[in-house]
Design a protein around this ligand. Structure first.
Ligand SMILES: *Cc1c(COP(=O)(O)O)cnc(C)c1O
Length: 424
């Protein structure tokens, strides 16, 4: 490691990187800012600027309401088709709309109601809190007939397959898990867990927020029933860009959305006074889509489709391994612990490093003079470093880990207070 832990080695790796040219497709105007938070908000693709300019000036400004029939109305399904390619689904199984949380609410409620007589929703302690709140809210809404059972983790890094197996039983209506955990980056075995849910007669729902654009996915091959996911993380759709939902074809007409908005109806523009659900995935729509955000997402998806998930994953593994090697050499002696699975096959595209002073170290990274590093703090002690192979370089990883070492070695975090901002 000592011979390879040099800046010139990092630069060599960048020269050999076949995806290196993609970095130029993003707005990167500060050479002293290392951004390792693409797993919370992806960078701005350069093509998004003219696309949004056209959307606002021409499509909205000049064409006005005519734009709905000049392409807008098809956009949620059209972008769904593109996302379908990234997640191994059929073109008519994916829809882009609303927030991940709202989509989860619609699909999970439909799923639980499609399994009457069963009283359990199974999830795990790694799930994103919003997902757990949604499940708790659904249980409340349905009259407290169900309970939420959380699969534990013994090491705060991974979930034991035996514990998953033990939790799913004949009383389980729905297994709802996040595929790649937001803190540790632990990645579930999608095929195996889905199979277990089906063997017990339950429906399976995956939240792909930290997976899509980070790891190759094949929902159809794993026979997944339902999925939701986010587009502003690895897909670079921009702040609050609409999320997506997936419903396997044969389930679409069997499940009922709990929100009967006009866009979920068979013919919204008949303005019928009574609701009849649309025949396909459209029944999971609700109302008018935030079109500007949707149009910002489109060119970003093109980039990721062109780069290809297999190549992106290969680079992501190489980069997270590289990061871990540097962390072992430089940070473990400084009191850090690695908070992510060491086996690349069991993790997504971010690495969590744990330290009692994590919060103040993050502050020093973000606010320091000269070189600044943007990581992501996740309570209580995680520094989350997101590797986004479209634009993260080996040199950035090298400089970031070196900077973390310096901050801890020289206790540069001591000048910062522990007071937190609203968004961390
Ligand atoms: C980011 C994320 C979300 C975001 O939900 P929104 O409703 O779009 O804010 C949901 N679930 C997981 C697992 C996430 O990582």
């Amino acid at each position: 490691m000592t011979q390879t832990a040099t800046l010139s080695h990092a630069r060599q790796l960048d020269i050999r990187d076949e995806l290196a040219a993609y970095r130029q497709q993003f707005v990167i105007d500060d050479p002293n800012l290392i951004y390792l938070d693409g797993n919370s908000l992806g960078r701005l693709p350069k093509v998004t600027l003219p696309a949004l300019q056209d959307a606002i000036q021409r499509q909205w400004g000049q064409r006005l309401i005519r734009s709905w029939n000049e392409g807008w109305v098809q956009k949620p399904a059209e972008l769904g088709t593109k996302i379908a390619k990234l997640i191994g689904a059929q073109p008519d199984e994916v829809l882009v709309c609303e927030a991940t949380s709202s989509n989860l609410f619609k699909l999970a409620t439909a799923a639980v109601r499609a399994r009457p007589g069963r009283h359990k929703i199974v999830s795990d302690v790694f799930n994103f809190p919003s997902d757990l709140y949604i499940y708790q809210g659904i249980i409340d809404l349905l009259g407290n007939q169900h309970r939420l059972e959380l699969i534990p983790s013994l090491d705060s890094i991974s979930i034991d397959p035996h514990d998953i197996h033990a939790a799913i039983d004949s009383d389980t209506a729905l297994v709802g898990l996040t595929h790649v955990a937001f803190k540790s980056a632990f990645m579930h075995d999608m095929r195996r867990v889905t199979e277990q849910a089906h063997q017990a007669g339950a429906l399976m729902l995956w939240d792909l927020s930290h997976s899509v654009g980070a790891v190759p996915l094949d929902l159809n091959a794993c026979n997944v029933d339902l999925a939701v996911g986010c587009t502003y993380k690895y897909l670079n759709g921009g702040p609050g860009s609409p999320a997506f939902l997936y419903v396997r074809k044969d389930l679409q007409n069997e499940l009922n959305s709990p929100i009967w908005g006009w866009f979920a109806a068979q013919s919204p523009f008949d303005f019928d006074l009574n609701f009849t659900a649309a025949e396909d995935i459209a029944r999971f729509r609700v109302g008018t889509i935030p079109m500007l955000s949707l149009l910002a997402l489109e060119p970003a998806l093109e980039i990721i489709l062109e780069a290809g998930m297999e190549c992106l994953r290969a680079k992501s593994i190489q980069q997270t391994e590289y990061l871990l090697n540097l962390a072992r050499a430089w940070l473990l002696p400084q009191g850090f612990e690695i908070g992510s699975p060491l086996d690349a096959a069991q993790r997504g595209s971010h690495i969590s490093l744990r330290h009692p002073e994590a919060f103040r170290i993050c502050k020093a990274l973000i606010e320091g003079d000269g070189l600044r590093v943007i990581p992501n703090f996740r309570a209580p002690d995680n520094i989350r470093l997101g590797v986004t192979p479209l634009y993260t370089t080996y040199e950035e990883i090298y400089r970031a880990i070196k900077r973390i070492r310096q901050i801890v070695e020289e206790k540069l975090y001591n000048v910062y207070s522990s007071e937190r901002q609203i968004v961390t």
